[in-house]
Design a protein around this ligand. Structure first.
Ligand code: FMN
Length: 166
């Protein structure tokens, strides 16, 4: 079936068929207050220098602190962290209350139990439609790979579990 009318619904449906992992991207403001949001517009960019990009909505409350401190941390979620994903996908002042976390080297929070935490320094910001593309140089990687942790996946507007091929 082809559909040449790009309605918001058609765009959302198509984007939803791009299977991804789920991350909570965190930062701090100049006073050290933590912020974060659930994201799947996250990808590796460059090996030399090592870089990741994250695409943040212009309406996100996390964007201004990220611009200010120029640091962010990509916390790649484990399959057991669906509730955390839902919590950080809503707006709110108290997102970190009761959530086990610790400041990384940059100050941006590392979330306990994540599969992976990637600490970045913002090197550039590029406007992309209604989002800002934050280009981050990787400063530190904390990996729990090897601890048997499965990733949280997202497909078709729902969470999904990993089925290993082969
Ligand atoms: C699975 C999933 C993926 C999301 N990916 C993004 C994303 O890549 N970029 C973005 O700006 N918002 C994304 N969101 C929406 C934000 O998490 C949501 O708008 C959140 O309320 C923003 O919080 P903030 O305003 O406190 O930063 C996603 C939500 C879900 C559930």
């Amino acid at each position: 079936m082809s559909d040449n009318t790009i309605t918001p619904e058609a765009f959302r449906r198509a984007s939803g068929l791009w299977a991804t992992g789920v991350s909570i991207v965190t930062t701090i403001d100049s006073a050290g207050k933590p912020y974060g949001l659930t994201m799947n517009a996250v990808t590796s960019l460059s090996l030399n220098p090592p870089m990741f990009i994250v695409c943040v909505d212009n309406n996100s409350d996390t964007l201004a602190p990220m611009r200010e401190s120029k640091v962010f941390c990509i916390n790649v979620l484990a399959s057991t962290q669906q509730d955390l994903s839902n919590r950080f996908a809503k707006k709110g002042e108290e997102k970190f209350t009761g959530v086990a976390h610790a400041p990384g080297a940059s100050g941006a929070p590392l979330l306990d139990g994540a599969l992976l935490s990637i600490e970045c320094t913002v090197r550039d910001i590029v406007a992309g439609g209604d989002h800002q593309i934050m280009l981050g140089e990787v400063q530190r990687i904390v990996s729990n790979d090897g601890a048997g942790i499965e990733p949280l996946l997202y497909f078709g507007g729902r969470y999904a579990a990993l089925t290993k091929a082969g």
